[in-house]
Design a protein around this ligand. Structure first.
Ligand SMILES: [Fe+2]
Ligand SMILES: [Fe+2]
Length: 140
């Protein structure tokens, strides 16, 4: 693992954060049905945290000598609230997995501060994942 390789991986994570921001904005706007008020609030409340993650990653990519990505990964389309929540669950699951690995990558490179900070991202995404899973668990 070199600094350049770590910057490239963090840039990929950054694209996922941009995807998450757009996904939450889009789903908050497009959610319909009797659960709309709850879903709109639920999706919107995730945006500031994902934004903070994106800002942190962009700063770090630049610090490592890379050029921060400006393109998001594509946001999956959703037919309705059930599919929105399923897509969110999958995205959060992927984020947890990516940041666990990235924390190990940073530790391998000796950047203990980055490794610790990435663990807090795992914590944030785990919270998002668990809250989404609880909503889906009771969904008929
Ligand atoms: Fe995030
Ligand atoms: Fe998240």
């Amino acid at each position: 693992m070199t600094r350049k390789q770590l910057a490239e991986k963090l840039n990929d994570d950054l694209k996922s954060e941009y995807q998450a921001i757009i996904m939450y904005i889009t789903y908050a706007a497009a959610a319909t049905g009797p659960h709309r008020p709850m879903l709109k609030q639920f999706f919107e409340q995730e945006i500031p945290e994902e934004l903070a993650h994106a800002q942190f990653l962009a700063e770090k990519v630049a610090s490592l000598g890379g050029v921060p990505a400006t393109e998001p990964k594509p946001v999956p389309a959703a037919e309705g609230p059930r599919e929105m929540l399923a897509n969110v669950l999958e995205a959060e699951r992927a984020a947890i997995s990516a940041y666990k690995q990235r924390s190990r990558d940073a530790a391998e490179l000796g950047d203990v501060g980055l490794s610790a900070r990435l663990e807090t991202l795992v914590e944030d995404e785990t919270h998002h994942f668990e809250e989404t899973e609880k909503i889906l668990r009771g969904w008929q």
